[in-house]
Design a protein around this ligand. Structure first.
Ligand code: GRF
Length: 207
């Protein structure tokens, strides 16, 4: 298999945004290496220069960029967000995957990629949006939580759902044990969801 086959000429070009550990990104990279991804990972951008996600990308032969996020904590600056969008557009990115990206995207991304941005979240949305979803699940005493991949819209963690997997909450679960079991399912779900969208088997409602 040539590098060109592996990285998929003619396949939907994917750009990933990741801020940290990058285990969901790694699941995508491994799926691509194994020929299980119906899309081509083109570039990974992080707002954090030391994010392990960048290292995962490089090790798997995918371009990895750190771009400065600007002055805010939970979002990108307007100019900075435009630079992120430009970097994706310059590389022909068609689908944007938020894989543990810790900033909310705004207008520049929606203008360029509305309906083509997806996010993975560690709960069964619409339950427990926002941070610490696994802790929220434990605090509410639910017996089932899980993970969701959804299209990104302006309201955080609220766009149309693409796919979900339930995970049982067990007696004695801590935030760590529940998070670990959900994460295992996330790694399968993110690959499935990218394949659904890239294969046009899932799409967003028109804006
Ligand atoms: C995952 O739990 C994902 O659902 C959430 O952030 C976490 C990222 O983990 N949005 P990783 O960086 O992919 O390991």
């Amino acid at each position: 298999m040539t590098a060109n086959d592996r990285h998929g000429s003619g396949r939907t070009a994917v750009g990933v945004l990741a801020s940290g550990r990058g285990s969901n990104l790694l699941a995508l990279l491994e799926a691509q290496d194994e020929g299980q991804l119906e899309a081509a990972l083109r570039v990974v951008i992080s707002d954090v220069p030391t994010a392990p996600a960048l290292e995962h990308a490089r090790r798997h032969g995918v371009e990895a960029l750190h771009l400065p996020p600007g002055p805010f904590k939970t979002r990108l600056g307007e100019e900075e967000e435009r630079a992120y969008v430009r970097a994706f557009r310059d590389r022909g990115v068609e689908l944007v995957v938020l894989a543990g990206f810790m900033r909310v995207v705004h207008r520049p991304f929606f203008e360029a990629y509305r309906g083509r941005i997806i996010n993975i979240h560690p709960s069964l949305l619409p339950s427990f949006p926002g941070l610490k979803a696994q802790r929220q699940a434990l605090e509410h005493g639910v017996k089932v939580s899980g993970c969701t991949v959804h299209f990104v819209e302006e309201k955080v963690d609220a766009g149309p759902i693409i796919a979900q997997v339930p995970v049982a909450v067990l007696e004695g679960d801590t935030e760590e044990t529940l998070s670990a079991r959900i994460l295992e399912e996330e790694h399968r779900l993110i690959v499935e969801a990218v394949n659904l969208v890239a294969g046009r088997r899932a799409w967003s409602r028109p804006a």
